[in-house]
Design a protein around this ligand. Structure first.
Ligand code: ATP
Ligand code: MG
Length: 429
């Protein structure tokens, strides 16, 4: 195939054999969020570039080198969203739905775009489900967000494979004091830092903390600790969160080097990580961003949220073989009809069955075909039963119901008893 007819590198098709698992995952999360009273919001995929520069921060990896930015026909600079929080904040401000201190518990789902090096668990178009909560400033809501993801891991059967890492970045004042101390310390070791860290020391010093370079990591052992610079308010908030996680029985580890790649975080930050996916081990990440709304032109409004990477969680479900049985079967019954008269009767009968059994997954053979070929298709569809309609059946107004998965004998069932019969033998997932 010529290159121009291929998908863009790092942007994947999700093929029919994969979509059942995606839909299972998405519906599990959606039901959970409904249960916790979160409401869905849908934002555009494209925003003004300025929105991301202002919210995510000019000197972050995302804004410096990962955004898909282009000019539209008016000459405006637009960007495919690299994450959901910025657009969500823009939307709540634009529609005034957090005004006057109104609380909002929101969630979104959709594709995000970052020009990164594609590899397992890292793509240029990927999908996130995220939550954002506005105007609730206590640790109880930070805890709720973590508790609900913990419940989700339980429902998905992956709880044992993920670990919670927590940190507090403090308020912007205490972070500022810490940044100064860190810069002073690192400047004294400047010549021993890797090149990337030397650059970050000038632009975004906290990011030096999550360097992958072993020499720099060795120097960081003696660096000042963020915990020693936390203001009282942040410390109390962090203690409150930990107490709630303890009460809920959720294990966690404090990771003092957890800083996150986006500039807008304050106080709580957290990540759910797994060691089952190689280098791309963070499946869900978030934190508090109490200053962001104001920074984007709104009245002071606290915020806290997270985003989970759907591709990584799907990979984890596959790796752990936590794929529920019911999603592997897409068809309940397959109707085979032989001859024009049987096809006509079959069409009427199948529409009647769809009225009577609204959740029945009924595949009607298309394209006629011999007995052998229709059976082959019925079997391949994964159906539990084949419904057979030929001249003999028509003459007696019955359908032959043939089990395809070794569950008993073939039976003749009268047309008007068919729905009741199928209802008893098909357990739907
Ligand atoms: P990473 O450290 O893996 O680059 P990040 O800190 O950039 O992640 P966030 O911006 O916090 O990630 O996004 C939240 C989640 O979205 C991540 O934890 C991950 O599961 C997922 N994610 C982020 N970038 C990608 C990507 N390029 N491909 C697939 N999933 C991604
Ligand atoms: Mg990243």
């Amino acid at each position: 195939m010529s290159k121009s007819l291929q998908a863009i590198r790092g942007m994947n098709d999700i093929l029919p054999e994969q979509t059942p698992l995606w839909r299972y995952f998405e519906s599990t999360v959606a039901r959970l969020l409904d249960n916790y009273g979160y409401k869905q919001i849908r934002m555009p995929i494209v925003e003004f570039t300025e929105l991301f520069k202002r919210s995510i921060g000019e000197v972050t990896d995302i804004v410096e080198k990962e955004m898909y930015t282009f000019e539209d026909r008016n000459g405006d600079s637009l960007t495919l969203r690299p994450e959901g929080t910025a657009a969500c904040v823009r939307a709540v401000l634009e529609h005034g739905i957090t005004g006057g201190g109104q609380t909002q518990k929101l969630w979104y789902i959709g594709p995000m775009f970052r020009h990164e090096r594609p590899q397992k668990g890292r793509y240029r178009q990927f999908h996130q489900i995220g939550c954002e909560v506005f105007n609730l400033d206590g640790p109880d809501i930070d805890a709720e967000l973590i508790v609900l993801t913990w419940r989700l891991w339980g429902q998905l059967g992956i709880r044992d494979a993920v670990k919670l890492e927590l940190n507090s970045l403090g308020t912007s004042e205490s972070r500022g004091r810490y940044r100064e101390a860190l810069v002073e310390f690192l400047s004294a070791h400047l010549d021993k830092l890797d090149e990337d860290s030397q650059r970050r020391l000038k632009t975004n010093p906290l990011r030096v903390l999550d360097t992958k370079n072993a020499d720099t990591q060795a120097i960081l052992v003696d660096a000042p600790k963020m915990a020693d610079y936390l203001d009282d308010e942040s410390r109390t908030h962090f203690e409150g969160l930990k107490a709630r996680l303890d009460a809920a029985g959720i294990p966690y580890v404090i990771n003092p080097k957890l800083v996150r790649g986006l500039d807008y975080y304050s106080k709580t930050v957290f990540e759910w990580v797994t060691d089952k996916l190689g280098a791309q081990g963070t499946v869900c990440a978030g934190g508090r961003y109490d200053g962001l709304v104001e920074q984007m032109g709104g009245k002071p409004t606290t915020g806290v949220g997270f985003a989970m990477g759907i591709e990584r969680l799907i990979l984890l479900l596959e790796t752990l073989e936590q794929i529920p049985e019911e999603i592997s079967r897409q068809v309940d019954v397959y109707l085979c009809a032989f001859g024009e008269a049987a096809e006509l009767a079959g069409l009427a009968l199948s529409e009647q069955l769809r009225d009577q059994l609204p959740s029945l997954r009924l595949l009607v053979n298309a394209g006629a075909g011999s007995f052998k070929s229709q059976f082959k298709k019925a079997d391949k569809s994964g159906a539990l039963y084949a419904l057979i309609l030929g001249d003999d059946e028509l003459a007696q107004q019955v359908v032959s119901v043939k089990p395809l998965r070794g569950q008993g004998e073939q039976q003749s069932i009268a047309f008007d008893a068919l729905a009741a019969h199928l209802a008893t033998c098909i357990v739907q997932g």
